[in-house]
Design a protein around this ligand. Structure first.
Ligand code: NSP
Length: 221
């Protein structure tokens, strides 16, 4: 029998594919992305990740099993000290300080995406929370793993480092845990509940696409 996440992947695949061809990611892997667009992305993504870490903290609150609490705690830590450390390092190469990152005003898309995820997580079940946060981890892991093998994609010192963050074994390990957790949470749920989880997953995937687009256009409001 197919895993529930196979169904999620199939539903979001056209959106993920379109993201891979978006000018932001295309130019990033070619090494031609204008630095001001990448710097804009880093600042928006920094404030995005601050809220994303809160989503994992809500995972601790919603979890009923100690093992889940430990995983979500690990995810809070790896976001604040792993992924965001990488952002701080990359940002400093553009002369962007930590204070500037922290004080970034979120764009309409950033606010919309984080507000959507946090709203779902606050009101919904653990399954809802995992469905809405999974595209973030999984789609970035896919970008990292695909792009690292593109000829020349790692040549740009900063964009190459960004790609390797998401292609890393550590990032892959937590993504695999979330995929497995989604499958176990979906087990035995009736079709309307599965459809709802699919809708959350697809909506978050649409926000991922909009995030690349917002960054490329440096669009605030
Ligand atoms: C918008 C967004 N989505 C996903 C990721 C990967 N955690 C991220 N850094 N930013």
């Amino acid at each position: 029998m197919e895993n529930f996440t196979d169904r999620l992947y199939a539903a979001a695949r056209p959106i993920w594919q379109e993201s891979h061809h978006h000018a932001f990611l295309y130019e990033l892997r070619e090494g031609t992305l204008a630095p001001d667009r990448f710097a804009f992305y880093l600042c928006q993504d920094y404030v995005y990740l601050l809220d994303y870490a809160k989503l994992f903290a809500l995972g601790i609150v919603k979890a009923e099993e100690e093992a889940d609490m430990a995983w979500f705690a690990e995810l809070v830590h790896s976001t604040l000290h792993g992924e965001m450390d990488a952002h701080r390092r990359l940002a400093s190469s553009f002369g962007i300080t930590r204070a500037k990152l922290e004080n970034t005003k979120p764009s309409a898309v950033t606010l919309g995406y984080t507000g959507y995820m946090l709203g779902v997580a606050e009101k919904g079940s653990l399954a809802d929370l995992v469905a809405v946060l999974l595209p973030c981890m999984w789609s970035y892991r896919e970008v990292g793993v695909l792009f690292k093998d593109y000829p020349g994609a790692l040549d740009h010192p900063l964009y190459g480092e960004w790609i390797l963050t998401y292609a890393s074994e550590e990032f892959g390990k937590i993504t695999d845990w979330l995929i497995d957790r989604m499958n176990r949470l979906a087990q035995g749920l009736p079709e309307p509940a599965l459809r709802r989880l699919e809708e959350l997953f697809v909506t978050a995937s649409r926000y991922e696409y909009r995030f690349w687009d917002m960054a490329y256009k440096k669009e605030m409001w």
